[in-house]
Every structure is written in C-alpha cells, then in structure tokens.
Ligand binder design. Sequence first.
Ligand code: DOR
Ligand code: ZN
Length: 350
Amino acid sequence: MTANPAALTIREPDDWHLHLRDDAMLALAADITARQFARAIVMPNLLPPVTTVAAAEAYRDRILAALPQGRRFTPLMTAYLTDEIDPDEIETGFEKDVFTACKLYPAGATTNSASGVTDVARIYRVLERMEKIGMPLLVHGEVVSPDIDIFDREAVFLETVLTPVLRDFPALKVVLEHITTADSVQFVQDAGPTLAATITAHHLRIDRNALFEGGLRPHAYCLPVAKRRRHRTALRQAAISGNPKFFLGTDSAPHLKHDKESACGCAGIFSAPVALESYTLTFDEEGALDRLEAFASEFGPRFYGLPLNEGTITLHRESQTVPEIVTQGDLAVVPFHAGETLGWRAAERG
Ligand code: DOR
Ligand code: ZN
C-alpha cells in the first residue's frame, strides 16, 4: 500500500458492540449503522431488557423492519443477564440461532443496567452452561461500588471479577467490551485465547481532557469514561498491533440531545454516522492503514466463529463535514465528531 492512498477498499466490516435502541430512536439509528456495517452485535439494554428468546426475536424483527428495502444487514442478538436468568432459555436461544452471545452488565454500571447482575456468583450456573455450549460472554468491565474512583473501576473489575471468571471457566469465550485502559490492554494480551476485547472509535480519539475542554462537554461523556492520555496511547497501539484479540466495536449509543445536555446527562456517544471514518482517521494517523481491514473485518468474526463478509466497502480520502445534529421527526441526536471536518468518507454499502 502506498503511504497516502486516495482510497482504501476493505472487506465489509462488522460492529461487535452496538446500541440500536427501539421505537423512534431505532428508526433513526438502524440504517445509519447498516450503511457501513454488514452485521452488528446488538446490545440488549432496552427497557425492559431483552432476557428471553421471544423478546430477542421480536426485537430482531423490529430492527429489520426499520431498515430500507434491500439493505443487507444482520443484527446479532444478545441476551441480558440477570440474577434470575434461566440457563435453559439461554441455551434454547443459542441453539435456535437467536442469541449470539450474553451480555453481563454489573447492576447499576451504566444506562438501563438496573436489572443487571448484582454478584457474578449468582450467574455461575449460566456461565457453566455457556462454556459448555460455546456461547460467548460479553462484559461491561466496571465495578459499581461508589467507593471506587470512577477512573479506576475498569482496572478493579479485572482483578475482582474477570480474573476469577476466567479461572473458573477456562473454556468460556469472553469479550471485554469497550476497553479504556492500558491495564486492560495488558490483561487481554496476557490472557489465553478465550479472551478478546473491543475498542471503540471514540476511545481511540478522546482522553479525559475532552470532557472538560473549555467547559463541561456532555457529548464526550460515555461509560467507561475516557481515561488519561497514556491509556489512549495504549489503546491505539493495541488496535493497530495486528493482535487478533483486539477488534472493532463502536458502542455507538444514541441519546437525545436534551438528555445529554442536562443536569444529569446520559452516558453514550453516537459514533455510528462516521464510525468507519473515525477508525480510519486513527489508523491513518498511526501509519497503519494496512491493518485496518483485519481489525474491522476479520478478527471479530474469527473470534465469534462466524464467516467473514464477502462484500467490500471503499473509504475515500475526501473531506466531509460532520453534521452538528442528526434528526428524524422530532428526534435530535448529536453525533461524534459533530461539526468537524474529517479527511475520510466511507462510500455507502450496496
Ligand atoms: O456510554 C455508554 N452508553 N456506555 C454504556 O455502557 C451504555 C451505553 C448506553 O446504552 O447508553
Ligand atoms: Zn455499550
């Protein structure tokens, strides 16, 4: 590859961590992702959460119905783990190809996590079953104790929750979602082949200063919260390293503009409109465009044991100005990179 290619064509990518929401927000969000990604792991943190096969099937139907005619897109559904979740329901959903994975939200960790798991010991019987049937566990890796500094919650999770789970379930496939620290990079590198991690576009670009740049910046607020610059550097190194344990997962999480710009603003960054461009920008800055395709389109499906996509998508080195706001009907959402001019533009998938 030349140093500054005018265009880059890669195998169609997938998004291994995505929030599509429901109802009117789903109508806004679904096709924005499907323009760039062939498949996505869809988070189950709706209200009420997706805990049954029937709920996941119905949600999958609503996602497909929200897409324009002819759009090829496969939503990969997840089950929301609760203290009471039934292992038989999980296994049935996996065997029927409805559930691709289960999501562990520690109760209270983030948006719509109130019904999450209060103590991982309570779901050991489910983890045992998942290990047996080869179903991946996706983890929001933060402890929730108010006594733990918010910037340390991910690191403490590695020690107090993830280490025992990996020890007790050595064959369980685990994805540590949206990692934000050098500690997590190191932990994933050192662990066996059953552990992988996703990295968001935004954690590759912002550090915690972005939250306070000239004033309080609610649109830079997400969970896990962005950390110091040195952590961002470690994430960038991991993303471009060519290590198949690190792959793309946007955690694109739309919230209404007025819910973010509030006295108690919601956590989440809506990166979907320019997700691929944002990753490309980072890989370009790092001189690693030749490693984008593996990170975006190969390592994820390989870890999940799914086929690679057949189609391609082209990124053009062209400037585009990201809109200040994305609207649909009455809804208004501020996207990641709002108002910025980016040097890349992704062509729409066919
Ligand atoms: O920033 C976040 N937003 N982090 C999460 O873990 C959840 C997500 C959401 O659903 O809004
Ligand atoms: Zn998420």
